[in-house]
Ligand binder design. Structure first.
Ligand SMILES: [Ca+2]
Ligand SMILES: [Ca+2]
Ligand SMILES: [Ca+2]
Length: 397
C-alpha cells in the first residue's frame, strides 16, 4: 500500500459544519484573470460559494489532462475545446458533486465530439456523449447543426438548454439564441419554455434600462427556491451577473458580477448551482505540460489549508479511483503502479504559507529503457484540511 493510500484511509477529523451555502461552478467566456488565481481559461471551471470573497479555480486545464490523457494518441494532451455549458448529472441535491458527475458542452468540436453534444467524462477517463446533437436536432425538427451554449437538468430528467445561434427552420418555428428550450430525451420531444422576449422581460425587471440581452449564455436552477437562473451576453456590466426569473425578474443575491472577482473582463458562459458541494480543492498546477528528461519545472499549489501540511505523490499510470474524501474526489493515477513522493523521492510533508500556497520544483526523470515518453500524474493530499488536490499530468519526452 502506498503512503498516499494509507493517508487516504486515515479517519477524517470532524470539524464544525458550516452553514449551508449555494455553490456555483462556472466557466468564463474567454481566458481571464481572477483575484485569487493568475488565470482562468475558457475551458477551466471556477467555484464561488455564497459568502466567498471571490471565485477560485476549481478544475484547471492540467486536471482535464489528468482526466482525459491523450485519448487519440495525437501527442497532445486532451481537454475540451472551451466549456460553454455545465449541469450536474442529477437534480438530486444529495447526489455526488465531482468532476465525473458534471455534464458539459464545448465551444467547438473536439476529438470527434460536436459542440451541440452534451458530454461527460466517464470512470475510464474518456469523454462520452450523454445526449447527441443529432438527437436534440431531431426533437427540434431541424436539419441545421447548432451549438448548445447552456444546459441544465430538472427533476423530471428533462434537459433545459439554449442555442448559441438562432435557428430559422425548426418544427417549433424560428428559434432565438435567447430562448430557453426543453428536451425530453425519453419522448424525443422538445419545446420552448421561455422565448427571448420573456427572458428580456426578466432582465428588464431586474435591471431597468439594461438594453438587449444579446444571447442567453447559461442556465441553472436556484437550489433555494427552484427558480430558473441564467446569464446573458449584455450589458457588459452584468454579463457575469446571475439573473433569476423569481419575482418577475431579479438578480440572484451573492452572484452579481463583482462577486466573481474578474481582473480582466469576461462573460459567464457556463453555470450550475448546488447546495454545499462541491468543496474547494487545493489547486495543483505545473509550469510545463511537456518536458524533457532531467528538465526542472515548477509545481505550485494554491487554496490549500493556510499554514497546512501537504503530502505530494506522483504516479505514471493514469487511472481514476473514486474516494469518499474531500477535494477533487479522485486519485488520478494507479496506486498499485509505480509511485513516489514529490518534490523529492524521500520528501515528507510540504508546508503551505498563510495564504495556502506552496511553490516547489520537480526534475523529470530519465525515460525508462525502450520508452519514447512517460506520463507523470501529480497530486497532493492536504493533511490539515483532509482534501485531495486537483491532479496535473506532465508528459516527459
Ligand atoms: Ca468557457
Ligand atoms: Ca457548446
Ligand atoms: Ca444561447
Amino acid at each position: 500500500m502506498t503512503a498516499l493510500l494509507a493517508l487516504l484511509l486515515l479517519p477524517v477529523l470532524q470539524t464544525g459544519a458550516p452553514a449551508p451555502a449555494v455553490v456555483a461552478l462556472a466557466s468564463p467566456s474567454a481566458d481571464t484573470v481572477l483575484s485569487a488565481d493568475p488565470a482562468c481559461q475558457d475551458l477551466e471551471l471556477m467555484r464561488l460559494a455564497a459568502g466567498d470573497p471571490w471565485a477560485r479555480l476549481w478544475l484547471p486545464v492540467g486536471a482535464w489532462h489528468a482526466l482525459l490523457g491523450d485519448a487519440d494518441v495525437s501527442g497532445t494532451l486532451d481537454a475540451p475545446a472551451g466549456i460553454d455549458a455545465l449541469a450536474w448529472d442529477s437534480a438530486d441535491p444529495a447526489a455526488p458533486r465531482g468532476a465525473l458527475n458534471l455534464w458539459f458542452s464545448s465551444d467547438s468540436d473536439f476529438l470527434g465530439f460536436k459542440d451541440g453534444d452534451v458530454l461527460r467524462v466517464n470512470a475510464a477517463g474518456a469523454v462520452e456523449v450523454v445526449y447527441a446533437e443529432d438527437a436534440i436536432r431531431q426533437a427540434l425538427g431541424t436539419s441545421a447543426a447548432f451549438d448548445l451554449d447552456a444546459i441544465e437538468l430538472d427533476v423530471n430528467g428533462f434537459l433545459w438548454f439554449s442555442l448559441r445561434d438562432a435557428v430559422s427552420a425548426s418544427a417549433l418555428g424560428a428559434l432565438e439564441d435567447g430562448d430557453v428550450l426543453v428536451y425530453d430525451p425519453a419522448a424525443g420531444t422538445a419545446w420552448i419554455h421561455a422565448t427571448e422576449a420573456q427572458v428580456q422581460a426578466w432582465v428588464d425587471a431586474a435591471m431597468p434600462g439594461a438594453g438587449a440581452l444579446g444571447d442567453l449564455k447559461s442556465l441553472a436552477f436556484d437550489p433555494l427556491n427552484g427558480a430558473l437562473v441564467f446569464t446573458v451576453q449584455s450589458p457588459s456590466s452584468a454579463d457575469a451577473s446571475v439573473f433569476s426569473a423569481a419575482n418577475g425578474g431579479s438578480l440572484l443575491p451573492d452572484f452579481e458580477e463583482p462577486r466573481w472577482g474578474f481582473l480582466q473582463s469576461a462573460e459567464l458562459d457556463a453555470l450550475t448551482l448546488s447546495m454545499e458541494a462541491p468543496s474547494q480543492p487545493p489547486v495543483l498546477t505545473a509550469t510545463a505540460e511537456m518536458v524533457a528528461p532531467a528538465q526542472t519545472f515548477g509545481l505550485d499549489i494554491r487554496h490549500a489549508s493556510p499554514n497546512g501540511s501537504l503530502y505530494g505523490m506522483v504516479g505514471s499510470v493514469r487511472k481514476l479511483i473514486s474516494t469518499r474524501r474531500g477535494g477533487f474526489g479522485y486519485v488520478a493515477f494507479d496506486l498499485n503502479g509505480p509511485t513516489r513522493t514529490w518534490p523529492s523521492p524521500q520528501s515528507g510533508a510540504m508546508h503551505a504559507d498563510a495564504s495556502g500556497t506552496v511553490n516547489t520544483t520537480f526534475t523529470a526523470p530519465a525515460l525508462p529503457p525502450g520508452h519514447a515518453m512517460l506520463d507523470l500524474i501529480f497530486q497532493a493530499w492536504d493533511i490539515t484540511g483532509a482534501q485531495l488536490s486537483t491532479p496535473v499530468l506532465v508528459r516527459v519526452l
